[in-house]
Design a protein. Structure first.
Ligand code: HAM
Length: 419
């Protein structure tokens, strides 16, 4: 028996209506904010992610599905969409056609992480990217959209955490301070954090190890060492969020795992999904375009993990979808009408009716059981004396009321089914 690879999942028919509802809801909210969908290839040149996300990040150094294809080109299955979306904007000069491109996606991503609840190797994200302007209103809009979607799904245990990483110059000065602070404490750091001292010192704040966290408790904070311009932008983002009624807290230790961020970063956490609690993350990335392309394009965005959100919904008992229904089940009374029954169902289906019938010559009783099982609102009894008189019987499954109608009066039949 060949089975799915660890960290990947089938979405089975009984789960699909949740996904469809979720995806439709995301599309609807995105369209209210006038974001347009973008689709990019599942794989890209490895250098796009290495340069875009940063060589020293966990994603690039440990988690990417990278391989040489038959022409010896290094290919990577996308671990996230932001670099791909920016590549696409640059490649097609979308930024030259309009100043602001508001884009969204719902797509699968690939990261070779250790699988656990809420952490997969192929997972789905929805996300948005507003590419072209520096206005902090767009930073706030990203948080508002993400928050509105999660709230709209019925989630309540949400915490919005925001921070600012400023610009590279103030960050570099701050990193020197942090290095000085850690200089006489590095012996107490974990091996992982010791490595980060040189490669990605800010990420030491992300360590889950208690001894690291203790050391970082008294570390100087980047937010306290931002330049005035960055602080002003951060204040503006906060004021927009307040006006929009999005509750948030400032988390000066929120550094995020991707290198491309400048200014605003944020995450939305659920208190209801266990250790993989980040439902959504994002921020501003004004320098990404110049890392992977030939020009500067300011941008801000976010992405949200759909499997994690569905887990949170399960735990909070939201996103309960009504059971699937079928408009009509056609019960064949005589097996010699096999073809005629099928053609009648086909006629209804071609007239937009969701119709089902038996494909295996079951007994009338078994067909009735099947009609109940699939939640048919009506049944049509097809055959017997009525058929000889060119009629059928429509039965309402709830009230039990039956009605006889001419076989050729399709309009009337449809209106009763849809009643
Ligand atoms: P990220 O924080 O790496 O950001 O991922 C965003 C969300 O994807 C996470 O908060 C989490 O819900 C979900 N996620 C990440 N890894 C996994 C996994 N292995 N299994 C299940 N869910 C996962 C980004 O991807 C950035 N591109 C966000 C962004 C867009 N920043 C600016 N624009």
């Amino acid at each position: 028996m060949i089975k799915t690879i660890a960290g990947t999942k089938d979405t089975l028919p009984f789960e699909i209506s949740k996904w469809q509802y979720f995806e439709n809801f995301v599309e609807e909210v995105m369209s209210r904010f006038n974001y347009k969908e973008i689709r990019t290839p599942v794989f890209e040149e490895t250098s796009l992610f290495a340069r875009g996300i940063g060589e020293s990040t966990d994603i690039v150094s440990k988690e990417m599905y990278t391989f040489l294809d038959r022409s010896q080109t290094s290919i990577t299955l996308r671990p996230e969409m932001t670099a791909s979306v920016m590549r696409s904007v640059l490649e097609h000069s979308l930024d030259k056609q309009q100043q602001l491109n508001k884009l969204y996606y719902i797509s699968s991503m690939f990261r070779q992480e250790r699988p656990q609840a809420g952490r997969l190797r192929q997972f789905n994200q929805f996300g948005a990217e507003a590419i072209g302007l520096e206005d902090p209103l767009l930073d706030a809009e990203m948080i508002i959209i993400a928050y509105d979607i999660l709230k709209g799904l019925g989630l309540n245990s949400l915490e919005v955490k925001i921070n600012s990483l400023g610009v590279p110059s103030s960050r570099e000065n701050y990193k020197k301070l942090l290095r000085m602070y850690l200089d006489d404490k590095k012996g107490g750091l974990s091996e992982e954090s010791k490595k980060r001292l040189d490669s990605n010192i800010l990420r030491i704040f992300d360590s889950k190890i208690e001894s690291d966290q203790k050391i970082m408790e008294n570390a100087p904070l980047l937010l306290e060492h931002l330049d005035d311009g960055s602080l002003e932008k951060f204040e503006t983002v906060k004021s927009y969020l307040l006006k929009a009624g999005v509750p948030f807290e400032i988390d000066p230790r929120l550094v995020r795992g991707l290198d491309y961020y400048t200014h605003t970063t944020f995450e939305i956490i659920s208190r209801n999904v266990g250790s993989q609690s980040a439902l959504c993350g994002g921020g501003r990335y004004d320098l990404l375009a110049s890392e992977i392309g030939d020009r500067l394009i300011p941008a801000v965005g976010f992405a949200a993990g759909m499997e994690r959100i569905l887990l949170a919904c399960e735990n909070e008992n939201c996103l309960v979808i009504p059971e699937d229904e079928v408009g009509v089940y056609i019960v064949r009374l005589n097996n010699d009408l096999y073809n005629e029954t099928y053609n009648f169902a086909l006629q209804l289906r071609r007239n937009s009716v969701k119709a089902e019938l038996d494909y295996s010559r079951k007994s009338v009783k078994a067909q009735m059981r099947e009609a109940n099982k699939i939640n048919a609102r009506k049944t049509i009894l097809f055959g017997g004396d009525e058929y000889t008189n060119n009629e059928i019987v429509i039965k309402d499954m709830k009230s039990g009321v039956q009605e006889k109608i001419g076989l050729s009066d399709i309009e009337k039949i449809i209106s009763i089914i849809e009643d």
